[in-house]
Design a binder for this molecule. Structure first.
Ligand SMILES: Nc1ncnc2c1ncn2[C@@H]1O[C@H](COP(=O)(O)OP(=O)(O)OP(=O)(O)O)[C@@H](O)[C@H]1O
Length: 309
């Protein structure tokens, strides 16, 4: 097996008319790795994925999938790649089984219908017309079609949209099994927990650029810890202390004001100590007190605000 990464993107730019949707991004996905491309709405994730899927040539820069140009060598790449688009396009009158059989007809080395329906837990829906499937079931049928040809690389564009938590967890298990079997996966998602659960590495895009990338630990590093509690009724925001010179950020959660302190470096213990001492001295009860590391959501929100630069 070649040492070449499964996916390589070098200074990719894509334009729609005068608008630069992807503004010079670079990343690699190693073989057998799950890489999550995250980002704000309109960040350029789908445009990037469509380029890697061979639907459009790069405006400038280079993309390689399995060491080939996915647009110019589309035929050769396509049979080794599985694609799950954001929009599913089934014939509503066909049943699930007929849809799978139809796709099997032009998929080399296809898995059997039963195997593929078992993988996505749709075997009991084999006789149902696709227009009667729920949104989450349609996504699972999409996944079934994407993995039909035992692809080496899979592109999953928001694969669990519309799924209930149980179906989402089941889909994560399927994806994990595929990765454990050596499949390379490039995933986009708006569910940050999905990336936390699945990704070996991730990149966060905003306005056509990659703002952050690395393992989850690398992406979270340097974003501080958080201490929060519900602001007691009898206190004003101005009454809250500023431990280590850090004022609270007050947000409303579930109709109640919540004070959050973001620490820097290894300040957490000190900030917590000062807060507890202040509470003790002022006979304040810190309801809902929490101390935790930064989450991907915290980092995402800061990226969206342009605060990471
Ligand atoms: N065919 C098109 N013509 C013109 N502009 C487009 C076209 N497709 C996408 N865009 C614009 O390019 C930008 C990137 O879109 P893209 O769909 O790649 O973003 P995304 O990160 O996938 O967004 P979302 O998370 O909302 O799905 C957006 O501003 C979008 O409006």
């Amino acid at each position: 097996m070649s040492n070449e990464p499964a996916i390589r993107v070098v200074d990719l730019r894509q334009r729609y008319g005068d608008f630069e949707a992807v503004a010079g991004i670079s990343f690699e996905v190693r073989r057998g790795e799950l890489f999550a491309l995250l980002g704000t709405n309109g960040a350029g994730k789908t445009t990037t994925l469509e380029t890697l899927e061979g639907f459009r040539p790069a405006h400038s820069g280079a993309v390689r999938v399995l060491d080939r140009d996915p647009h110019r060598e589309r035929r050769a790449v396509r049979e080794r790649v599985g694609i799950m688009l954001q929009e599913c396009g089934f014939f509503g009158e066909l049943t699930v089984a007929e849809t799978v059989d139809h796709w099997r007809g032009f998929t080399p080395r296809a898995r059997s219908r039963d195997e593929v329906l078992d993988l996505v837990d749709l075997r009991d829906k084999a006789g149902v017309r696709t227009r009667q499937l729920s949104g989450g079931q349609k996504r699972r049928l999409d996944l079934a079609l994407a993995l039909l040809g035992r692809p080496e690389v899979m592109f999953l564009d928001e694969p669990t949209t519309g799924m209930d938590p149980e179906a989402r967890h089941a889909t994560w298990r399927t994806v994990r099994d595929l990765v454990a079997d050596g499949t390379t996966v490039l995933l986009t998602t708006h569910y940050l927990e999905e990336a936390e659960q699945l990704a070996d590495r991730l990149a966060m895009m905003h306005r056509g650029r990659i703002e952050l990338s690395g393992t989850l630990a690398e992406v979270l590093a340097g974003h501080g810890d958080r201490v929060s509690f519900r602001v007691p009724d009898r206190l004003q925001v101005a009454d809250l202390p500023a431990p280590r010179g850090r004022p609270a950020e007050v947000t409303v959660e579930g109709g109640a004001p919540v004070a959050t302190y973001t620490t820097a470096g290894d300040d957490l213990q000190r900030v917590l100590y000062e807060l507890l001492r202040w509470a003790d001295e002022n006979a304040v009860r810190l309801d809902g007190l929490q101390a935790r590391s930064a989450s991907l959501e915290d980092v995402f929100l800061r990226t969206a605000e342009g605060a990471t630069r």
